[in-house]
Structure formats: C-alpha cells, structure tokens
Design a protein around this ligand. Structure first.
Ligand code: HT7
Ligand code: ZN
Length: 844
C-alpha cells in the first residue's frame, strides 16, 4: 500500500460548484445517481482528472450528457474532461447490506446510515473525496421507509421519497444519509439572532425514553457556543440519529449528526453517571464541530488536529463550565496519561500533525485529539484569555468557508497577538512526551528553580529541539500559606533558571499547576513534601497530583522492594477523605489509586521491567491496607454520601455517588460484600447497581447478581455491554483468558457489533494482569479474534491492536509471546491495510 506524505499535497484539478445525488435504496443493490458541476480550479498545478471510488459497480457515466467510459486507476477512475466547466453524471450500484466495515453506506438493524469520515464517501459514488473540495449538496432519497434524512434543510417530501438541500459548502466526509423506521424526540432552540431551529433525536421506538438528557445537553451546547465563542447555528434543523453499529463515538455530519447509541441514549435506570458525562461531552463535541470542523474544515487529513484538537479543547471547556473545572482537569489528565502518554512512549508515537500515513483511520488517535487539545490549552495560557479570544474571532472571520491548515491557525494567533510562534510550532511536528527535570535552591531570600527539558527519541525522530513550555508555578510558605500566586514561566531553552526574590523562608513549590503542559515532571520529592502539598496546595489539580504521586511512590516501593504500605500515605488519604470542605467528586478522585498500566509505564520509564502480577498484588495489598486503616471513615462516608430523592445526573449528586462508590470498593474487601449485595438489591439507578456488581465481582461473589442482572437487562444492548465488559475487565489474572473465552461463547456475544466486541476484548486488554498472564493465553485469544474480525471490520480491528503497543516494555518471555502473535496476524492472507499498517508499526 502507498504511503501518503504531507509534503506531497497538491490542490485538486477542479472545484465542485454543486452536487446532486439521488439514492434509490435497496439493501443489496442501492442505486446512487450523481450529477456534479465541475469547473477548473485556478489554483490547480495540473494533472489528470481523477475521482475516488471503491467497491462501486458503475452502471453508466456521462459528461455534459454524453456517455463516457472512465479509465480504472488505483483507488478510483480517471477520465478525459473538457477544458472548461462540465457536468459529470454517474449511476453506480452499492450493497449496504453486505457492508460490515461500517464505512460508506451500510445497514444497522434494518436502518440505512452512512459514515464518510475520513474516506468513506468514495464507497458511495465517484467523487474527489478529499476535504479541500467543498460544495453545496442537494439530495433525493427514495425508499419505503418512514424516515428519510440527509444534511441541510428539508426541501420537499412525498410518499417514499424526501429531498434535502444543504446550502453550506462541505467536503464529502460530512455527507450523511439515514433511512429507517425511527421515531423522534423533538425540541426547538432559538438562536441569539432569532433563528428558530427544529431539533430532533431519532431513535428506534423502544429507545424513545432515553433521549431527554441528550437533547438537554444539545441545547446547553448551542447556548454555550453562542455565549463563549459567539458561534450560532446556521440551519433550520439539527438532527441527531442513534445507531447501534458504529465504529467510533459519533460523527459531526452537517445538520445530521450520527451517534453510536452508547454516546446519546441514557436513562437513570440504564446509564451510569460516567455514561451521562460522556454523552454530554460527545454531544457538545459534535455540535461544536459545526464551526470548528464544518464551517472551517481541514485542507488535508494531516491537518486533522486543526478540527479535532480544537473541538476537544472546546468540549473540555464546556464540561468544565457545566460541572467542575478541577474535576474536569483531573479527569482529562488521567485520560491523557492513560492513552496519549502511553502512545507517545512506544512504536505508535507520532506528532500531533503527522507527516505520513498509509491509512488515515489509524490516525484518529489520542495524540491528534487529546494532545492536540493540550497544545491549544498551552497556546491560550501563553497568549492569555483576551489574546485567545481575539485570535479565535480572527480565525472564524478569516477562514469561514475554508479548508485550512495549522499554519493558518498559528498565523491568526500571531496576527492577533503579535507573538512569534515559530518555536511553539514544534509542538505540532515533534512527537514524544517532554520530560522536565527540576532543581531547586534557596539562598538569602531568593528561591531559584532550574528546569531542564528533553524529549526522548520516537520512531523517525531521534533528535529533538527544545519546545516552548508554559510551566505554571506557585510558592507556598512552610506554614502552608501561598506566598507567590500562580505565575506562568516560559521554558524555551534546554535548561533555564527562574528566580523568586524576597522570601522569608525556603518555599515549597507547586510546579506545573493545572497541568499547564503535557509533560512528565521529574522531581524527587519527599513523602512529607508531597503530603504537605496534598494538604495545602491551593491549585486543585496539583493538590490531587501530590496525593497521586505519593501513592505512586509508595506502590513502586512495594512492587520493587517488597515494602509495606506507607502509613504516611494512609494518613494523608484519610485526611482528604474526611475533609468536608472538599468536593466529594474531588475526594473520590483522591481515593483512586494509580492504574496498573500507569504503574507499568512508570516502572519502564525508570529503567525497570514491569511485572504485571507484582503490580496487581501490590495494588491489592494497598487497597486492603487502606480499607483496614480507613475503615470507620469509609463506613461513615458510605452512609453520609447516600443521595436521597430521585436520581439526577448532575455533578453534585454524581460526585457524592462517586465518593460513596470509592468507599464501597474498599469496604467490600472487609465486609464480605454485605453492603454491595444490599446496594445491588435496592439500587434504583444504574450507577449504583453496576457499582455494586463491580464490587461483588472484585471479591468473587457476583454469581447470583450477575445472573439477576442478565435476567433483568437481557433486552437492553447497552446495558448488556456493561455486563460483558465488567466480567472481562475484572476477571482474576490467571483466569482472565478462560473467562473471556467463555464470554465469547455466550449467545449474546455479537462480535460484529463494535460495542460488544470492544466491551469484551477491550475489557480484557485493560485488565492488565489478566492480559499479560505469563501463559500468553490472553494474547493468543485477542489475536484469534482480531484475525476473525479484520475482514469484517478493519477499523475496529486496527484500533484494538493498540492493546499491544507497549509490548516492548515487558520481559523477554512476554515479548516473545506477543511477537509470535503479531507475526501470526501480520501473516494472515488478505489482512486489511488498516491492520497491516498498525501491526507493521507496532513490530517496528
Ligand atoms: N470526526 C469524527 C471522527 C469519526 C471517525 C473517523 C474515522 C472513522 C470513523 C469515524 N467516526 C467518527 C468524530 C469526532 O471526532 O467528532
Ligand atoms: Zn471530533
């Protein structure tokens, strides 16, 4: 397969002035009739007229009404065309019913739907399927289904047909069509300029009771984007559709967002607090794309972070505003470290703006999304809130209707603020997580902080240049008062010193407040200093971070030296747990221990080979010690944090439930599951029901509850995903492969459904000790299933291969076993381009 390079970008030979599509829907033989007005592109560098097309049966093609026979070319067709403007017409046949890859036009439970990002439109008709070709689309759908939807505004409809017209020029990846037996949850929104917008969430009839929260989140998102970014909605209708078979969370098609049902459907009985939170953020994310992605799109797929990094940054801001900034930041950093740092630290590391790819679907990564958002957060910190706001206004006014680049993006910041961003731009091109080493000295009232930065080599990038790193620092006096409030230091050199004068005593520095840059801070700090910061830091992120670092230090000593749980940690945790001035959600996060994969990464980075079983044992031992030491506090918390009254998914109630669940997790280690069993039996919401089930599973007493849960929820796909995922994720290490194998034999294991496959196989991959069982049974099981899934759904297969991205961190035996499996997969005849690129990169 061909590698595509950023450096090879050339504009398309033509512009598209108008697209007209007619769909005659039939499961095995849908006809797509296209009529496209092309004109020469004045910016073209010349070349043959080429249209993408894949798996299309051409019935006929015409140019200006005359039949033509195009020439087959790699990935599409070429054709001789007139010198001036012309009309292209084609009729093709496609088979949505047999499209299991869920890309292009496919079927999910009898419903037609599309997924065109990144390069799926070429499976629908011949077209210049590239984001820099933008055009208005008119669409006619003919099919005997009650609901026929496409982008834009409704134009006309009759029995068995509907027409839609989207006046906003868009790239083909934003095209969408849905046809099915659906019902809607309707609402309306009036924009600040007075446009009355019809809103709908379209679902299958049994799901109608699960739309209210998503609709409310949508209206809050629309309002927030007007208030915070001055961005208004621009059509008369906004439709969301829930689909059961979907490769990702959701898709921002213009005026017709398509959602994985797991990312929109929620009711108190069936969705957890975490589900509600995720739904709110995904609804916001897709809605925000209307400006950052749709009105201003990407010139080419290398610029993906232009829309994704910015839109993630915006959805994180929104969630912080709606809930709690401190809790949001901690959760965002936890996710960043778990996914992006892990990616950056292995064979799949790549820059926020990659420079080459084989399959673009493999670059919808944590680096592009989450690190992309972090880069924008740093930019905002460097130019200040006002500078950011000016730059964004300029971005929207200068580039509305454009297919833009990272250069365009940085230029608006330079023009709006006068700042030179040439060094800052390295964040887009340099892969790897920078490390900042800290040295401190205090002399005669002056505190000196010396920071040294270095970024480890990553594939294809052995040497790294210094970056511009905003490091937010505050100083505390030994009695816990803040003597220097947060100041942003700009680290631009490999090593740089910063001084703070006029101090009466050596301060305790709180460094990298709010996690002001996506870096690893290398700082040797005593347990007592960490406990001091946990108790006194005024920056909520660093307060939490101090506790986390303390727990990590203790666990690392337990793992590597066989040390006992440190009483200082237990006391510090107890103090936080009891501190009623702290938000319960924050306290719940403070009681959460570092993940086993996080500990494995830390050990590897400090030059040691992680032993997943030793990590598992240490975590279990520490959990037991916390339970024993904090027993009374936890028991009080469990009682005090009970939420009375009807379930509400708001941050306050959810925070109380989170703290209560954290307490239950520890208490179940002591009480034999008595509280969990009783909570399971009385819970009136999924958060508490599933939380109790998890605790029972954790202590091996879930047999009855698992059966009851299944009996209660067997008709609900999304709830049954939880049933599968929990068992796979919490299976005891030595039994994980066997347990997961049993789950795959369950009649409910519909492996072609990405949500179900991810629940089971993703659960196994996240069960660190179970996945890395020394027998290699889990590696083999996952590989067997990936080999089976690849021809059916390459995207989901390739994504799941990231389970192996850390393989070189482990011992020789485990590496040997993983290599064997990866090579077995690589040798599979007909392996997809998606999976072969991934396995090739992972093997290195
Ligand atoms: N922009 C969307 C990305 C997406 C996607 C990409 C590749 C294959 C399938 C996909 N489904 C959705 C979603 C987003 O970031 O908002
Ligand atoms: Zn997105």
């Amino acid at each position: 397969p061909r590698t595509i390079h950023l450096a090879d970008y050339t504009p398309f030979t033509h512009v598209v002035e108008q697209v007209h599509l007619t769909f005659r829907l039939a499961p095995g033989a849908t006809r797509v009739i296209s009529k496209i007005a092309f004109a020469p592109n004045p910016d073209s560098k010349g070349g043959a007229f080429f249209l993408h097309g894949e798996d299309l049966k051409l019935i006929h093609a015409r140019i200006d009404g005359e039949s033509v026979i195009p020439n087959a070319a790699e990935g599409g067709i070429t054709c001789d065309v007139p010198e001036g403007p012309f009309t292209w017409e084609a009729e093709v046949e496609i088979s949505p019913q047999t499209n299991t890859a869920l890309e292009g036009l496919y079927m999910s439970n009898g419903m037609y739907c599309t997924q065109c990002e990144a390069e799926g439109f070429r499976k629908i008709t011949f077209y210049p399927d590239r984001p820099d070709v933008m055009a208005p689309f008119d669409v006619r759908i003919e099919g005997e289904l009650p609901v026929l939807l496409s982008n834009g505004n409704p134009a006309a409809r009759g029995d068995g047909w509907a027409e839609w017209s989207d006046p906003w020029p868009k790239p083909a990846y934003l095209f969408a069509l849905v046809a099915g037996d659906l019902v809607n949850h309707p609402d309306r929104f009036t924009t600040r300029s007075g446009r009355d917008v019809e809103l709908n969430i379209w679902v299958r009839e049994p799901d109608l009771g699960k739309c209210a929260f998503g609709m409310d989140a949508l209206k809050r998102s629309m309002k927030w984007d007007e208030e915070v970014y001055g961005r208004e909605y621009d059509l008369d209708i906004f439709n969301i559709v829930a689909v059961d078979d979907f490769n990702m969370g959701a898709m921002e098609n213009k005026g017709l967002n398509i959602f994985n049902s797991s990312a929109v459907l929620a009711s108190p009985e069936t969705a957890t607090d975490a589900n509600f939170e995720r739904i709110e953020s995904i609804i916001a994310h897709e809605y925000f794309h209307n400006w950052t992605g749709n009105r201003i799109t990407c010139r080419d797929w290398f610029q993906l972070c232009l829309k994704e990094g910015l839109t993630v940054f915006r959805d994180q801001q929104f969630s912080g505003d709606e809930r709690s900034h401190a809790v949001q930041r901690i959760n965002d950093v936890l996710a960043l470290r778990a996914r992006q740092f892990r990616e950056d630290n292995g064979p799949l590391a790549h820059p926020v703006r990659p420079e080459s790819f084989v399959e673009i679907n493999n670059f919808y990564t944590a680096t592009v999304y989450e690190k992309g958002a972090e880069v924008i957060g740093m930019l905002k910190r460097l130019v200040g809130d006002e500078g950011y706001s000016k730059a964004l206004d300029l971005y929207f006014s200068r580039h509305d209707g454009d297919a833009a680049t990272i250069e365009d993006w940085l230029k608006v910041f330079e023009d709006a603020t006068g700042r030179d961003l040439s060094q800052f731009k390295r964040w887009y091109s340099q892969a790897g997580t920078p490390r900042i080493a800290v040295q401190e000295s205090f002399d005669n009232g002056t505190y000196t902080l010396t920071l040294s930065q270095s970024t480890p080599p990553t594939p294809g990038q052995p040497d790294k240049e210094p970056l511009v790193i905003p490091v937010a620092v505050g100083l505390l006096s030994p009695n816990g008062d803040e003597v220097v409030p947060t100041r942003v230091l700009e680290l631009t050199e490999a090593e740089q010193s910063f001084t703070f004068d006029g101090l009466s005593a050596k301060p305790v520095a709180s460094i990298l407040r709010s996690f002001s840059a996506p870096v690893v801070l290398e700082r040797d700090q005593s347990a007592s200093e960490r406990a001091f910061l946990l108790a006194h830091d005024t920056d909520p992120f660093n307060k939490w971070e101090a506790g986390r670092a303390l727990a990590k230090d203790v666990l690392i000593r337990m793992i590597t030296e066989g040390a006992a749980p440190d009483p200082a940690l237990l006391t510090a945790l107890e103090n936080v747990a009891r501190d009623e001035t702290l938000d319960p959600a924050f306290r719940a996060l403070a009681l959460g221990l570092p993940g086993q994969d996080d500990l494995a990464q830390t050990l590897y980075q400090s030059g040691r080979t992680p032993d997943p079983l030793a990590i598992y044992d240490a975590v279990q031992q520490l959990r037991k010690a916390i339970a024993e030491q904090l027993g009374t506090t936890l028991s009080d918390l469990y009682d005090d944090m009970a939420v009375h009254g009807p379930y509400r998914p708001d941050a306050g109630d959810a925070g109380q439930r989170a703290l209560r669940q954290a307490a239950l997790g520890f208490l179940s280690l002591l009480d034999g599951g008595v509280r969990a069993q009783s909570q399971y039996e009385t819970a009136d919401n999924m958060t508490e029901q599933l939380g109790a089930l998890a605790c029972l599973l954790d202590i091996g007493k879930a047999e009855t509850a698992l059966a009851a849960f299944r009996h209660q929820w067997q008709e609900d796909r999304l709830v049954m995903d939880k049933w599968f995922g929990l068992q796979s994720g919490l299976a005891a290490p030595a039994k994980a492969a066997a347990a997961v194998h049993r789950l795959t034999e369950d009649p409910g294991f519909d492996w072609k459904n990405p949500n179900r496959f991810r629940a089971v196989m993703g659960g196994l991959a996240m069960n660190a000790a179970g996945f890395h069982d020394p027998s290699g049974a889990s590696y083999a099981l996952l590989t067997d299933w990936l080999i089976l899934l690849d021809p059916v759904n390459p995207q989901t297969t390739a994504r799941m291969l990231t389970a192996f991205e850390t393989w070189k961190h482990y011992d020789a035996d485990r590496q040997g076993l993983i290599r064997e499996n990866l090579e077995r997969l690589a040798a599979t005849p007909g392996l997809s381009r998606d999976s072969s690129e991934m396995v090739g990169r992972i093997l290195g």
